[in-house]
Design a protein around this ligand. Structure first.
Ligand code: G1P
Length: 294
């Protein structure tokens, strides 16, 4: 891409939501893990709102068996709306309407087998077509003044290419994440020289982890469609990403906020505290509770 060219806008986002949620059993025995609630809304809604704030217009869920509740959540619940309206509950009505997709905005496709995150993203290939797109992992909530994806889109509009969000992790934890290699970690926009999925601490090229927010060019699908397996015997998104390096711009940025790994029970509790403290209705109550328990 020449320097003067404006990058093509990011209007579509992929939400891989087919995962089993084993870390939350038995809560997730029948309920999708993405429906676990942080404060007053399910994880998936937090992440959809982040994408909406970034200007995303089409929302692609990669679902699987027993995930129907996710589409129900965003559907028009007209009986509920009529009842709230008749009772004059306008604030609640607005909350319900905010959790509803207008016609044509939610697109669902299934990943029949849990073959890995790379395979899940590949399932969206035909829906994405030849456009740049975002991927958001609903296990991770990004909380800050601005939506994480919005900050990334602002950067992408200057850099084009591929862009991921990263954050520092303790070296002992590199084996839980995708880890980047980059020459100068002080840069605001860090060119990515390499990517490794879940390296052992002694083999990790850095301690900057991939946090689950991505902007990609559609050429990623060429590499995903090789269906090569990597770490854990799964088709890894990170491996296909690594193949784009050197062929297209590939940068990493830090988010001006904090991430919450809601795929872990401790992260989930922490997120509930953080979002609860910020809630205008219950924030003071949460603060008082915390004092009582510490
Ligand atoms: C996935 C990605 C990994 C990334 C992580 C962020 O791993 O494969 O690169 O760092 O999400 O949460 P998972 O947590 O699905 O094992």
């Amino acid at each position: 891409m020449s320097k003067a060219a404006t990058p093509r806008p990011v209007k579509k986002a992929v939400f891989p939501v087919a995962g089993l949620g084993t870390r939350f059993l038995p809560a997730t025995k029948a309920m999708p893990k993405e429906m676990l609630t942080i404060c007053d809304r399910p994880l998936i809604q937090h992440v959809v709102e982040e994408a909406r704030e970034a200007g995303i217009e089409e929302f692609i869920f990669i679902t699987g068996r027993h995930k129907e509740l996710l589409e129900e959540h965003f559907d028009l619940q007209h009986e509920l709306e009529d009842t709230l309206e008749a009772r004059g509950k306008s604030a609640l009505l607005k909350k319900v309407q905010d959790a509803t997709f207008p016609a044509g905005k939610l697109i669902l496709t299934r990943q029949p087998k849990p073959l890995g995150l790379g395979h899940a993203v590949w399932c969206a290939a035909r829906i994405i077509g030849n456009e740049p797109f975002a991927v958001l992992l609903p296990d991770v909530l990004m909380k800050g003044q601005h939506s994480c994806l919005k900050e990334m889109v602002d950067t992408y509009n200057k850099t084009g290419g591929n862009l991921i969000a990263v954050e520092e992790v303790p070296r002992a934890e590199t084996k839980n994440y995708g880890i980047i290699d980059t020459k100068d970690q002080t840069l605001e926009i860090m060119p990515v020289d390499g990517l490794v999925e879940k390296p052992e601490p002694e083999k990790a090229p850095s301690t900057l982890s991939v946090v689950g927010r991505y902007i990609f060019q559609p050429e990623l699908f060429e590499y995903l469609s090789a269906f090569e397996t990597g770490a854990g015997g799964e088709i890894q998104l990170t491996d296909a990403m690594a193949k784009l390096i050197g062929k297209q711009p590939f940068n990493a940025v830090r988010y001006n906020g904090k991430s919450y790994d809601c795929g872990s029970r401790l992260g989930f509790v922490e997120a509930n505290i953080a979002y609860g403290l910020d809630d205008p209705e219950i924030g003071d109550g949460v603060r008082a509770l915390l004092k009582r328990y510490t």
